[in-house]
Design a protein around this ligand. Structure first.
Ligand code: GCU
Length: 674
């Protein structure tokens, strides 16, 4: 991962060494977090500078790094540092003269702040940033920064493409794989502070004493790294493992059961974070089974956790069987009327778009639409609909696109980022979750470049206004070194990669054209699944005359769920833009596009363009062969070959299918499918 700490170039090492001679961490023997910081700095500085810093009890000369809070260090107490506004996770990194000596301080109000500051210091070295006159203050903009593991208790991973679950449930709690510690280190570098261990399609067994002991063992490993454990809770658990005959939130026995369960959990995991719940969605049980609302269901669990300080993350990913309403509208229809009915320790977790982690979707209309309810973001890091672990797609630009999208609910500048960081509607409870792409694969994520998606998620969770390109640059430097050729070429590959996937899978705002079930490979022709909204044909609506989903007032009117300024833009064929055109509009094949082509020609052209972009990535990668170790070079090269072949497959299958419907000749320059 990004914790390799290989030696920096010799001249850089020489420049840093006098500044990093001694490491001073007062009172470290009393705290596991301070010890973790010490281990990491010794390992990191030691690796990067090819010589470990000396450990000192106090500052003894120039070139110190002092890592301390006002409680652990008199020098920090006396230094008059502006720590007050940094909260309990923020930190300062500053050049300072203390006790007559020059050095660097990492200061914070809490040990967790020190942890994040220390990792930031290492990042400065990894990216070759000068330390002289360093002056950094940083604190997270979002409170809950979580990974969601869709990991099952049998170690399969729903939508996981990097091997088995890293949680070895069978051997827990007795065996603690060193990977658990490395997992915590990697997350702490990014500021990720929580992890939901099990799948949202949850087994009630995860709440039995046997599994709670296993979760508690993981919580013990993660705690020094500032990471809390959460669990996905199955709404019907009181029936399945509690022996009750109902899970109705209004039933006092059910209420008692959840209260007792929460008490039991906190006895073994005193800092347990809370529950994530998928209810009344895709066959999962929920309060609606008893005629109760999502709010009543969420509050049931929230009240059991409240005395302990836990939260409920209640997912808004709902759409009902036999509901004729446009699937893109259903979550909003279900949830927005409940605004104001959720308890204070409930946060509603909303996927970035209204359907389901497609290569491109507009932002979810719930963002901004529930001012009295905190909403958290759910991104998918694992690439269920973007070619699994085999295709290279850097998700930074996608996250950025969503976070920067303007909801206009309080006028221009009401971005999705400001909804989820609590700014727009003054919420203190804030959160962001990423569905993890981590497994037991040797490279953790199934490919080296997928590591960048975990990385960019974490960095944007800390600060949703960071740019995808800057983060890609940082990741490339840390991962492959600072050779400008790698940086330039790698950056070009990464920044073009997500649009390439959009182009060869679902161009121009199309969505959900993947083959059934596994969601890998093309299936735009599928139209006979029992649930209409699982059919690609439901989404593209292509026929002899045209293609696209009319979501204007003439169609499903999904546009009306957005603020008027946004609705107006999305409803306009000319203002909506190419990227979301067919998401919101059904248009004739000869509709004139800004490029001068008609829609049919443009569609074929986009498919072609996507394949070409992958071909280019392959060539670019090949040019880096002399600069990258054989193991990482070769695996990436092979995966890019797979991706090119499969981009071609997508292109050919999609063009062939849409041509069979449109009956239009292939545009010039587009080669026919075999
Ligand atoms: C998608 C995915 C499922 C998952 C679901 C969810 O539909 O295909 O595997 O369970 O999202 O987010 O709950």
């Amino acid at each position: 991962l990004w914790l390799r700490y290989p030696p920096l170039e010799a001249d850089t090492r020489e420049r840093y060494r006098p500044q990093l001679r001694q490491l001073v961490i007062p009172e470290r023997e009393r705290s596991q977090t301070l010890q973790a910081i010490e281990r990491e700095l010794v390992r990191g500085v030691g690796g990067l500078l090819a010589s470990a810093p000396e450990l000192r009890e106090r500052i003894e000369g120039d070139g110190f790094v002092l890592v301390a809070t006002p409680q652990t260090s008199r020098a920090i107490r006396g230094a008059g540092l502006p720590l007050r506004d940094l909260g309990d996770e923020g930190y300062l990194i500053r050049s300072a003269t203390l006790d007559g000596h020059k050095g660097t301080v990492v200061a914070a109000n809490t040990e967790r702040g020190l942890l994040y500051g220390s990792f930031h210091l290492l990042r400065l070295l990894q990216t070759n940033t000068p330390l002289a006159d360093v002056d950094i203050a940083s604190q997270p903009r979002i409170g809950l920064r979580l990974l969601n593991h869709w990991d099952n208790l049998d170690r399969t991973v729903e939508r996981g493409y990097a091997g088995q679950s890293i949680w070895d449930w069978w051997n827990l709690p007795d065996l603690l794989d060193p990977r658990y510690t490395d997992y915590a280190r990697a997350n702490a570098t990014l500021g990720i502070n929580g992890t939901v261990l099990n799948n949202v399609n949850a087994s009630a067994d995860s709440l039995t004493p046997r599994y709670l002991a296993k979760a508690a063992a993981l919580a013990d490993v993660f705690r020094p790294y500032g990471i809390r454990v959460y669990l996905s809770a199955r709404f019907s658990a009181p029936v399945e493992i509690g022996g009750l005959d109902t899970a109705d939130p209004k039933n006092p026995k059910v209420q008692r059961w959840w209260k007792d369960k929460a008490d039991e959990i906190y006895r073994v995991i005193p800092d347990f974070g809370g529950f994530l719940v998928k209810a009344n969605s895709e066959g999962q049980p929920g309060p609606q089974d008893y005629g109760r609302s999502h709010a009543e269901g969420a509050n049931l669990l929230a009240r059991s956790l409240a005395p302990h300080g836990g939260v409920v993350m209640w997912r808004a990913f709902v759409y009902q069987q036999d509901n004729p309403e446009d699937r893109a509208k259903q979550a909003y229809s279900d949830f927005v009327p409940l605004d104001g009915q959720f308890d204070d320790n409930v946060i509603v977790q909303v996927k970035n778009g209204p359907i389901d982690f497609q290569p491109r979707e507009p932002f979810h209309p719930m963002f901004g639409a529930m001012p009295s309810t905190p909403l958290m973001m759910e991104f998918q890091i694992t690439k269920e609909y973007l070619g699994f672990a085999s295709h290279l797609a850097y998700l930074g630009p996608m996250y950025e696109e969503v976070l920067r999208a303007d909801t206009f609910v309080k006028g221009a500048g009401s971005t999705v980022a400001k909804v989820i960081d609590g700014n727009l509607h003054n919420h203190r409870l804030t959160g962001i979750a990423g569905v993890a792409n981590i497994g037991s694969a040797r490279d953790w994520t199934g490919s080296i470049f997928n590591q960048a998606n975990w990385y960019v998620f974490g960095r944007m969770a800390w600060n949703p206004e960071l740019g995808a390109e800057a983060i890609a640059r940082e990741w490339l430097q840390i991962t492959f070194g600072r050779d400008p050729r790698i940086l330039e070429t790698g950056l070009a590959m990464m920044m073009a990669s997500r649009q390439a996937v959009v182009d060869y899978m679902t161009p121009l705002g199309l969505a959900h054209l993947m083959a059934t079930g596994h969601h890998y490979g093309p299936g735009p022709w599928v139209s006979d699944l029992a649930r209409p909204e699982w059919n690609p044909a439901y989404y593209h609506r292509a026929d002899r005359n045209g293609i696209g989903f009319d979501r204007t007032s003439e169609g499903s009117d999904a546009v009306s769920q957005y603020a008027p300024a946004v609705a107006k833009q999305f409803a306009s064929r000319s203002a909506v833009g190419d990227d979301l055109l067919l998401w919101f509009h059904h248009l004739p094949w000869d509709y004139p596009m800004p490029s001068g082509r008609d829609l049919w020609e443009e569609l074929a052209h986009r498919y072609d363009r996507g394949v070409q972009a992958v071909g280019k990535m392959r060539t670019q990668w090949r040019s880096l062969e002399p600069l990258i170790d054989a193991g990482r070079f070769d695996k990436t090269a092979r995966l890019l070959a797979v991706q090119e072949r499969e981009a071609q497959w997508w292109r050919d299958a999609s063009i062939a299918y849409f041509q069979s419907v449109s009956r239009r000749p292939l545009p010039e320059g587009v080669s026919p499918p075999p």
